[in-house]
Structures are given as C-alpha cells and as structure tokens.
Design a protein around this ligand. Structure first.
Ligand SMILES: [Zn+2]
Ligand SMILES: [Zn+2]
Length: 91
C-alpha cells in the first residue's frame, strides 16, 4: 500500500487518482513537464486541496515555497494569495 496510489476528491468534486505512483503533467497552462501526483508536486499540504492549496499538481518550476511547513508548497496563484494574507516579515 503506502502512498503510491490513492484516490482523492478535489474541491470541485472531481475524483482523481493521486500518489507518487501516478504519472501526470504539470497543471500550469502551457507547461507539459512530466511529474507524479505525489506530495512533492502538490499545491498545498493535503491532497484534494486545503485552506491554502488548490490541490493541483505542478512541476518544480511552478511550485513555490510558502516557507511554512504546515502550508506546504504552493502554485503561483495560491502563493500569491497566501502572500497577500501572510506577507513576509522583512525584519
Ligand atoms: Zn494552487
Ligand atoms: Zn510546470
């Protein structure tokens, strides 16, 4: 078993196959980078989406560090929204 393969229901109600055993392509428009649906490619910390992440899967070029372990890495859109709510403390 493990996390190689499982099903998640995304925020839009669509069930998708996920896990690092599932081959996929980056969901960023215009990007066809080969990725897998493991947590390492996930936007947010919870498969299917959570408070900060949309649950999409992106390549390393299109995932950005939120700098918060609880939040995980985020796609461009989600990290922009997250930064608006949580500006980086410049001190
Ligand atoms: Zn996202
Ligand atoms: Zn990409």
């Amino acid at each position: 078993m493990g996390n190689a393969y499982y099903e998640v229901t995304r925020a839009d109600g669509i069930k998708i196959k996920a896990g690092y055993g599932v081959a996929a392509t980056c969901e960023q428009e215009g990007c066809d980078e080969k990725i897998d649906r493991g947590l390492g490619c996930l936007c947010g910390a919870t498969p299917g989406g959570d408070e900060h992440g949309c649950g999409g899967y992106y390549c390393g070029h299109h995932l950005y560090m939120s700098l918060d372990e609880q939040v995980g890495d985020l796609c461009g859109e989600c990290v922009a929204a997250y930064r608006r709510k949580h500006p980086i403390d410049a001190t």
